[in-house]
Every structure is written in C-alpha cells, then in structure tokens.
Design a binder for this molecule. Structure first.
Ligand code: NAI
Ligand code: MG
Length: 497
C-alpha cells in the first residue's frame, strides 16, 4: 500500500490488508492464494492487493448461496427483509466518507461527485427497495377453463428466481452493487456478486458492513477477480438461476451464448451512444451546461453519456462555443482534489482506447474545438474534448468511446434529427432541449431509447424503469419493472365446491 494521504479511518483500514472474497459469511483469500493489484488511476500507485478468484471460489460461493436460499433467508418474513435493507442504507450513510474516498481512489472519479452523487444514490436505492418485500403481491384471477369445466380458485404468487449472479462494471462500482443487490434481495434471492477487477474496493467494504446489517451468511457472496475467470465461471455455473450484468455490449453477447447450457435468465444493461438534441427554441442557458454535463460527468464513463450532440443550425455556433468554453475550464485533477470535477479515466487500457478514438477522429477528418488529447503525463487523464465536422461512418460517431469526448452534428428539420438520433445500434437514453411542449412529446415518442430526458439529463431514480432498446440491453432495472426479472410468477389453480 503506497498511499500516504490522510484517509478516513474505514477507508484506510480496508487498504491495510489484502482484499478478500466474502463466501458463506467468511472473508477468505482465493483457494489458489493468488492476488492482483488495484491501481489508483490518478497516480498509478497500487492501492491494495486483491484476492484473484477462480472457478473454485465461484463454486464455493454458489454453493453457499444455494444453501442460504433454502435456509435462513427463506424463513425471514418480508418485514424482516425490509428492515435489513433499511439497515444497509443506514450503514452506508454512516460510512459515506469511507465509501466516497475509496470510490474516488479506485475509479478516478472526483471525490466531490462520489460524495454528492454516487453514495447518496446508493443509500436511496436501498431505502426505496426496503419498501418492496411487503408489496410483492400476486393476483387472484377469474378463469373459464373451457376444456376443464368447473369452478376454480386461481391465484398467482411471486417467488424469488433463486441464486443471482451479478456481474458489474467499473464506472459506478458501488452504485451498481445497489442496482443489483437491492431488488434481488428485496425479492428474496441470494447473490454471488462479481465486482469489476479495476474497482474492487467499495464492494469489499460493503461486504464487511452487510453482516452488521443482519444479512445471513451466504445470502450475499462476493468473488473478486477477472471476467474471463470469475465472470465466465459464474455465467456457466449450473447452480446460478439468473445473471444480471452491467458492462460492454461485447461481453453481453458472450454472456447470452455462455448462459445457454442451463438457460438461466439473463438481463443486460449495456452500452450506449446516446443522442442529445438541442432545438432552436431551447433555453440555451440550461441546454449548454446541460449538454456539457451530460457528456463530461464521470469523465464520460457513463452508459447514458450523451455522446452525440445534435444542434439546430440557428443556434449551432452559439452552442458549440458555449460547450467548448465549459470544456476548456472544467477543473481536471487528482480524484481526491475536492475542486476537481473530472478525474482520470479508470485504467491505462481505457486511456489507450479513448486516445485511439481521438486519433481515428483526426484521421477521419473531424475537427477539434476543445481538448483533443491526454492531460498531463502521470495518471490516465484525458482532456474534455469536442469534435465537430463529424458524421455517421466515423468511428467516434458510431462507437461507444466511454470517455470525455463529444461529437457534434448540425441539423435543420425535426424529421432529419429524429432519423439521425435513431441511426445507432444502441438505444439506452436520449435528451431533448426545447420549450415547445408538443415538440418534446412528439420527439420523445419517436426516439428508440429506454430513457428520454426533456430539458434535463441523467435524472436517475430508483422508482423509474431503466434499460435499453436494441443492443443497449435486455430487461429493465429499478421501479416495479425490475421484479419482472427478479421473481418467478407461480400460478396456482384449485377446484372449489
Ligand atoms: P467489460 O464488459 O469487459 O466489463 C464489465 C464486467 O464484465 C466486469 O466485471 C468484467 O470482469 C466482466 N467480464 C468480462 N468478460 C467477461 C466474461 N467473458 N464473462 C463474464 N463476465 C465478464 O467492460 P470493459 O472491458 O471493462 O470496458 C470496455 C468497454 O465497455 C468500455 O470502454 C465501454 O465502452 C464499455 N462499458 C460499458 C459499461 C456500461 O455501463 N454500459 C460499463 C463498462 C464498460
Ligand atoms: Mg483501481
């Protein structure tokens, strides 16, 4: 451990020892004894050594999760499950500073953002889902049963799917833990969680708190390690009933293939190339900073990042100049600098990937109006970048970059911009900026995207369904909709009289 900063006690304690798995309520090293380092992308220092899991560790974790689902977890009342979820929220709130600092160190995101966005959202997610165990009701359904005449009482009930394998990405590590675990646990499932290998720390701290919250042993298991080893073993495991995945579209497709053997249920929250449309009548004082924030938030490492900006010709110059000015002035810095709003991207791989896209943009004839390269020479910092003269067919327009890079295109007509906005294999989110209410609703209806924000962006709430059209995913997370994929519906039919 090479960090010599003064860290909050809980964060420091976590970094003082090798990070372990949590299997059956016990914090353990890998069966193989292997570890891997996790890096601070602001400095490239090693933060901690982490247990490097294999299929053996996954086997143990799945076995623990299977035992727990038949055991203590099943015997708790819905009200008792509620209380545990609420206590998890309280504990995260009490340790908010530890979580915010660890998240900033591990991901590179600004600690200010982690404090204001990530951690409060996680608390809210557990509180919201704490209300659900007592509300997962079935129905009684009148039936005719023409081929089996008689009178019947028929009803449905919702049961847990079983053991959920949750595989998550590195851009919002703790928030994604809450997106998977809060609904899975509310519905009575047990979980084997695989954090991203780039960002194992906050899940590890979470694993230490849940026992205090009253989660019985084996209900939540955490296996650290790579996708190729731990992730793939989880997806292939016959003892796993459902996989809930957040990550790249490429790996999403691998998961669909690999899950075929036991036809486990799969939900996928994948990438995006989300359009943001500024009409001529938009309130530009809101739209300009709104569009800048929609791409640069979290260094552009967000599945919803509004990476394709479409601006009406009448306001094009003004909007581009306004966003370029913001891009040039956003403070970039070490993730623990409270004044920095943009930190480094997560890893050297991600830095290379983003810089590769910037090189391709140059070769394909895009013009840089702000940023355009690496920032500094230590750490994995990328300048907030705005590219104009961009068009479909360019890599930067067609592919998800997952960095602070915005492409801008000019439009004249509503029909033209709707077609251009939908001209993508993705469909996660979209933004519309206009003061014309009818136009906003018309365009919202035409966009092929799971979330459409009007005169706003990235308004996320545990009550609002979230997920992708097209290659942005399968299924919806959050709200009542998430339970479609975390419960099985059982129909019971009883003759009466
Ligand atoms: P990734 O999709 O490889 O990683 C996400 C998770 O999947 C990690 O936990 C990883 O260990 C796991 N994984 C990898 N291969 C697996 C396999 N064969 N079976 C099971 N699990 C596996 O994403 P990566 O490589 O870190 O990032 C690459 C690109 O993916 C980014 O540049 C970005 O474009 C996109 N991405 C999108 C995210 C989103 O929120 N939609 C999140 C992270 C990345
Ligand atoms: Mg790291």
């Amino acid at each position: 451990m090479t960090v010599s900063l003064h860290l909050p006690q809980g964060a420091q304690r976590l970094l003082n020892a090798p990070v372990t798995h949590l299997i059956g309520g016990v914090h353990v090293a890998s069966e193989s004894g292997a570890t891997f380092p996790t890096i601070n992308p602001s400095t490239t220092d090693v933060l901690a050594q982490v247990a490097d899991g294999t299929a053996e560790d996954v086997d143990l974790a799945v076995a623990a999760a299977r035992r727990a689902i038949a055991g203590p977890w099943k015997d708790l009342t819905p009200g008792e499950r509620s209380k545990i979820l609420w206590r998890i929220a309280d504990l995260i709130e009490q340790h908010a500073e530890d979580f915010a600092v660890l998240e900033a160190l591990d991901t590179g995101k600004s600690v200010t953002m982690a404090r204001l966005v990530d951690v409060p959202l996680v608390v809210e997610w557990f509180r919201y889902f704490a209300g659900w165990p007592t509300k997962l009701v079935g129905e009684s359904i009148p039936v005719t049963a023409p081929a089996s005449p008689g009178k019947y009482l028929a009803y449905t009930c919702r049961e847990p799917v079983g053991v959920v394998g949750a595989i998550i990405a590195w851009n919002f590590p703790l928030l994604l833990v809450s997106w998977k675990l809060a609904p899975a646990l509310a519905a009575g499932n047990t979980v084997v969680l695989k954090p991203a290998e780039q960002t194992p720390l906050t899940a590890a701290l979470f694993g230490q708190l849940i026992q205090e919250a009253g989660i019985p042993d084996g209900v939540v298991n955490i296996v650290q390690g790579t996708g190729e080893s731990v992730g793939a073993a989880l997806v292939a495991h016959p003892g796993v009933d459902k996989i809930s995945f957040t990550g790249s579209t490429e790996v999403g497709k691998l998961i669909v293939h690999a899950s075929a053997d036991n036809l486990k249920k799969v939900t996928l929250e994948l990438g995006g190339k989300s359009p943001n449309i500024i009409f001529a009548d938009a309130d530009l004082e809101a739209a300009i900073p709104g569009a800048a924030n929609a791409i640069f938030f979290n260094q552009g490492e967000a599945c919803t990042a509004a990476s394709r900006l479409f601006v009406h010709a009448d306001v094009y110059d003004q909007v581009v100049a306004g966003i370029a000015k913001i891009a040039r002035h956003i403070k970039i810095g070490d993730s623990l600098d409270p004044d920095a709003l943009i930190g480094p991207v997560v890893s050297s791989e991600q830095l290379d990937r983003v810089l590769g896209y910037l090189k391709a943009a140059e070769e394909e004839g895009a013009r840089v109006v702000a940023g355009g390269g690496r920032h500094g020479d230590t750490g994995y910092f990328v300048e907030p970048t705005i590219l104009v003269d961009t068009r479909p067919g360019m890599k930067v327009v067609d592919e998800e970059i997952f960095g602070p890079v915005l492409t801008v295109q000019r439009f004249e007509t509503t029909e033209e911009v709707i077609e251009a906005a939908n001209d993508t294999s993705y469909g996660l989110a979209a933004g519309i900026w206009t003061q014309d209410l009818s136009l906003a609703h018309k365009v919202a209806a035409e966009l092929r995207a799971g979330s459409v924000w009007v005169n706003s962006y990235n308004v996320l709430d545990p009550a609002l369904p979230f997920g992708g059209y097209k290659q942005s995913g399968w299924g919806r997370e959050h709200g009542a909709a998430v339970f479609d994929s975390y419960t099985e519906t059982k129909t019971v039919v009883v003759p009466h009289q």
